[in-house]
Design a protein around this ligand. Structure first.
Ligand SMILES: Cc1cc2nc3c(=O)[nH]c(=O)nc-3n(C[C@H](O)[C@H](O)[C@H](O)COP(=O)(O)OP(=O)(O)OC[C@H]3O[C@@H](n4cnc5c(N)ncnc54)[C@H](O)[C@@H]3O)c2cc1C
Length: 479
């Protein structure tokens, strides 16, 4: 039986869960997974907070997938840069894009690039050992107040890392450089600011509760008027969050050395420097009000700006308003448009790539045979690992259905069932990659890096000490 040769681009949960499901459903499926970094797992390694080790249990499933002889990991190869997509297509029947979201959304306000202003993505990457942010050195010493713009779970992760006693982080896999810097952290007060009200905020109850439980860190009481008098009548999820926020902490802001607050109905206006240097000193917000007639209890309640502003002093600010996917160089060469507005590859929601940027909403949409997507680049950068898994399963089912239905794939030249792919997969492009002095990393190679990180961690009494530079990772293999 002819193999189904699939290239998966990106080794995060979307890529791994698609491989997992497809290899189960289609016994002849053979998967090559490409990853731009030597090390796998995407945001499970570089996004999930170090004090949430249980979230990383999904790696056990990914290991099982990688153990299959029908699975091949090719790390340290950045598709679109180290190898052109057009050079890959002749050797595969299908390609799945699961390369996530590697940029962040901007606020578009004056002063956003000022010293002391960071994106949550940079900060998270820095404490999690993402090579591109190893030298970030966020300024945690100049002042004691930080402002976070945005109220999703990532914002709460950032606040928690800033407020947690550093000794509680030592046993986690947080990067050594971050631990060192956090041990000198002078931030005492963190304000997490949102454009709308508490019933519209997107953080979840678990993350709010964790912040409430950090010893000796007080929560500034929430403005009770933002909630209806009887919170027990709220929908279940909002009710639970309301209980946590209204109950607050047992520590008061007067007696605690550190505290945090949630501030609502404020849209960022500018990041300001009122001193002699370019260093951030405050963040100005335009106060918002609920739009007339909007249902203030609804998740989708809308707000309008007022004339009033609020200024919060801060030496440190983070924008935490979401990640953003971008196109991959060469995507359009193989007939794939990119929807820059939504930051997704247009698809039919089941994962089949469409040739019209507007996707399903376009009047005449067409499938691009053999091309699929999954995860954040398919749906946009929202959702947890569980929802990414469900989404990846849908994409895998679409591939399996098309294969079993003898549909067109790559190299079919418009004829169903006449697939002229070389079937070589990685073997068909390896030489080209090697000629460019790229050092591909196999799964066995990754396991050696993994082992080296665990040994480094053991010496420090923590689970692992990650290599935060690509050279360090590769030295383990070739040193
Ligand atoms: C800060 C943060 C914290 C989070 N915490 C949690 C949590 O506690 N619990 C939870 O359930 N969910 C959490 N999530 C959500 C979860 O991480 C995502 O749902 C999930 O990782 C999305 O999976 P993905 O595979 O689409 O993308 P990613 O995980 O981003 O994987 C994409 C992969 O593609 C690779 N790639 C990119 N470009 C290329 C290229 N050109 N060639 C080859 N490879 C490429 C990337 O390096 C990456 O490895 C968090 C997210 C963030 C941002």
């Amino acid at each position: 039986m002819k193999s189904l040769r699939l290239a998966i681009i990106g080794s995060g949960p979307a890529g791994f869960y698609t491989a997992h499901r497809l290899m189960k459903k289609v016994p002849e499926a053979v998967v090559d997974m490409y990853e731009r970094l030597p090390v796998p797992y995407g945001l499970v390694r570089f996004g999930v907070a170090p004090d949430h080790p249980e979230v990383k249990n999904c790696e056990d499933t990914f290991e099982e997938v990688a153990a299959s002889p029908r699975f091949n990991y090719i790390g340290n190869v950045r598709v679109g840069h180290d190898i052109e997509l057009a050079k890959m297509t002749p050797h595969y029947d299908a390609i799945l894009f699961s390369y996530g979201a590697s940029e962040d959304r901007q606020l578009g306000i004056p002063g956003e690039d000022r010293l002391g202003v960071y994106s949550a993505r940079e900060f998270v990457g820095w404490y999690n050992g993402l090579p591109e942010f190893q030298h970030l050195e966020p300024d945690l010493q100049t002042g004691d107040q930080a402002v976070i713009v945005g109220q999703g779970n990532v914002a709460l992760d950032v606040a928690r890392i800033l407020l947690t006693p550093v000794d509680d982080l030592r046993k986690t896999d947080i990067s050594g450089h971050a631990l060192e810097s956090l041990s000198r952290n002078k931030i005492r007060f963190v304000k997490i600011v949102g454009r709308r009200g508490p019933l519209q905020a997107s953080f979840t109850v678990k993350e709010a509760r964790e912040l409430m439980h950090i010893p000796s860190v007080a929560f500034e009481p929430i403005d009770r008027s933002l909630y209806p008098p009887d919170t027990t009548k709220l929908p279940r999820i909002q009710k639970r969050i309301a209980q946590v926020l209204v109950n607050g902490t047992k520590w008061t802001t007067e007696e605690s050395p550190k505290s945090w607050a949630l501030s609502f109905l404020k849209a960022p206006k500018s990041m300001d420097a009122n001193g002699p240097s370019d260093l951030l000193t405050s963040v100005t917000f335009t106060n918002q009000a609920f739009a007339p007639g909007t249902d203030t209890l609804s998740k989708s309640a809308s707000v309008v700006p007022t004339e009033e502003t609020t200024v919060y002093p801060a030496s440190l600010a983070f924008r935490s308003v979401g990640y953003k996917s971008t196109t991959l160089p060469g995507l359009s060469d193989i007939g794939v448009p990119f929807n820059t507005k939504l930051g997704i590859i247009p698809n039919d929601l089941e994962g089949r790539v469409l040739s019209t940027p507007d996707g399903y909403s376009a009047e005449a949409y067409k499938y691009v045979p053999g091309l699929y997507c999954a995860g954040w680049v398919k749906r946009g950068p929202t959702g947890v690992i569980a929802s990414t898994m469900a989404d990846a399963f849908t994409s895998a089912d679409a591939i399996a259905q098309d294969w079993e239905g003898n549909r067109e794939f790559l190299n079919s030249d418009g004829k169903k069932g006449e697939n002229k792919s070389t079937g070589l997969g990685w073997d068909g492009i390896k030489d080209e990659v090697l000629e460019r002095a790229i050092r591909p990393v196999s799964w066995q190679d990754w396991k050696r890096i993994d082992q080296a990180e665990r040994s480094r961690g053991k010496e420090l009494g923590k689970e692992r000490e990650k290599f935060a530079d690509i050279e360090g990772m590769l030295r383990v293999l070739d040193g």
